[in-house]
Design a binder for this molecule. Structure first.
Ligand SMILES: [Zn+2]
Length: 136
């Protein structure tokens, strides 16, 4: 049950309580029992709506926390022509770069491999996931 359903159930329960207050002492006991059962149902619906809302709130808070962590982490990333470096707290590059293309496409970090270059090719970084090569 959603929050609106819970509010509706609580409102109907309050109406029932008000009706019960107005009931004459001479009222039929069977009618009174029916009204109490209706009231219990409305309270149960309200309780379920609150439990559902609590669970949804917990999930949303967890999502917010994860997004805040992701924003903090992304602030520590520095792109240099496709090579994605993670900066430490001092703003210095920390370790070998990751592939920015894969990070954008898959939201995953793949560490790039360094090729030191030789007579056949310049030094470069190579991503084992997308197989793109980035030169210094
Ligand atoms: Zn890649």
């Amino acid at each position: 049950m959603d929050i609106l359903g819970g509010i509706t159930a609580a409102t109907e329960g309050i109406k029932l309580v008000n009706e019960l207050r107005k009931i004459d002492k001479e009222v039929d006991k069977a009618d009174l029992k029916i009204r109490l059962v209706e009231l219990a149902d409305k309270l149960l619906d309200s309780k379920q709506a609150l439990l559902d809302a609590q669970e949804e709130r917990r999930e949303l808070l967890l999502k917010i926390e994860n997004l805040q962590e992701a924003v903090k982490f992304r602030a520590k990333l520095q792109d240099e022509r496709g090579k994605l470096y993670v900066l430490n707290d001092a703003g210095q590059r920390d370790g070998e770069p990751f592939c920015n293309l894969c990070f954008v496409r898959e939201d995953k970090l793949y560490r790039m491999r360094r090729h030191t270059g030789n007579e056949y090719g310049d030094p470069s970084y190579w991503c084992s996931n997308c197989r793109d090569e980035y030169f210094d």
